[in-house]
Design a protein around this ligand. Structure first.
Ligand code: SD4
Length: 291
């Protein structure tokens, strides 16, 4: 028997997963669940990698990336958006209310406002202070799981067995202005095929994009690999590149198949995830490559 409903999300995102699970338990759709779940982290000012309170780029601007994908294979995304907190909901509006799949920057912000989203300041006092401290040295070196932490990628299966996914982030702290990572890109930050399963990514987006990680995981599952095997192979594609120094960055994957089997894997230690399954929501430490 397939396990459903089910929610899995990157990092310690217990409240977000619980929120998504409640939607599913009431009979709501996987799409509604992942949107509602991700909104929790967007509104959480203590999460410095998502939404309000996210760390800014080098110039001090907080810019958000988000995308969403439903069980029909529809996809919507916004990239580099300022002044709007719930970009996951804007991404959903792009998917449902426009003939396009991606909107960037000002156009995305204007679209959000036209749909009734409020403009508000995303930079909090705490994030501003962190940025000012960073500016003294202005050293840009992504540090494993410290600067790059807490992007939420979420996968859900509803009672009907439909799968959807969402991903939302402020990207890498102190990124170059205009930089976009994997999180809002189909096949990078997430991918869903309702016949097979779904996958989502966190960590150094450049490495995820170069290997089209989430798409790869879903395709590997289609070929018969378990979610765990697929996540391990996708990490392998990054770390096994000739001469690749994988010791100073992190990538983590989560995956689920149609049966509700899950898998996770990361390059470094300390990747963890929340899983809601058979009524229980737990935070679990992932297995990893660099031992
Ligand atoms: C990015 N993948 O922008 C995101 C960062 C991230 O936890 O996952 N942070 O590259």
């Amino acid at each position: 028997n397939p396990i459903r409903p089910l929610v899995i999300a990157t990092w310690n995102t217990s409240l977000a997963v619980e929120t998504a699970a409640k939607v599913l338990e009431k009979g709501g759709s996987a799409l509604d669940a992942v949107e509602q779940g991700c909104r929790i982290e967007e509104g959480n000012e203590k999460n410095h990698t998502v939404g309000k309170g996210g760390l800014p780029d080098r110039e001090g601007n907080v810019t958000l990336d988000a995308c969403i994908m439903d069980e029909k294979g529809n996809y919507g995304a916004v990239l580099g958006v300022k002044n709007i907190v719930h970009v996951i909901s804007v991404a959903r509006k792009v998917m449902e209310d426009t003939p396009h799949v991606m909107l960037i920057g000002e156009g995305a912000e204007q679209f959000a406002v036209s749909k009734g989203f409020k403009r508000e300041t995303l930079l909090t006092e705490a994030s501003k202070k962190a940025w000012e401290k960073w500016k003294i040295k202005s050293k840009y070196k992504p540090i494993i799981n410290i600067e790059n932490h807490d992007t939420i990628g979420m996968l859900a299966i509803d009672k009907k067995g439909n799968i959807s996914a969402a991903c939302t982030t402020s990207g890498l702290a102190y990124k170059m202005a205009g930089r976009v990572g994997d999180s809002p890109i189909i096949g990078g930050g997430l991918f869903v095929d309702n016949e097979v399963g779904g996958a989502a990514a966190t960590g150094l987006g450049e490495e995820v994009l170069k290997t089209v990680g989430s798409f790869l995981i879903v395709e590997l599952m289609r070929q018969g690999k378990s979610p765990q095997e697929a996540c391990e192979e996708a990490i392998g594609r990054i770390v096994n590149k000739p001469g690749k120094d994988y010791t100073n960055f992190q990538v983590g994957y989560i995956a689920v198949n149609k049966q509700g089997e899950t898998g996770t894997y990361s390059i470094q230690e300390w990747f963890n995830y929340n899983l809601f399954k058979e009524g229980i929501n737990t935070n679990i430490k992932s297995d990893y490559f660099n031992k």
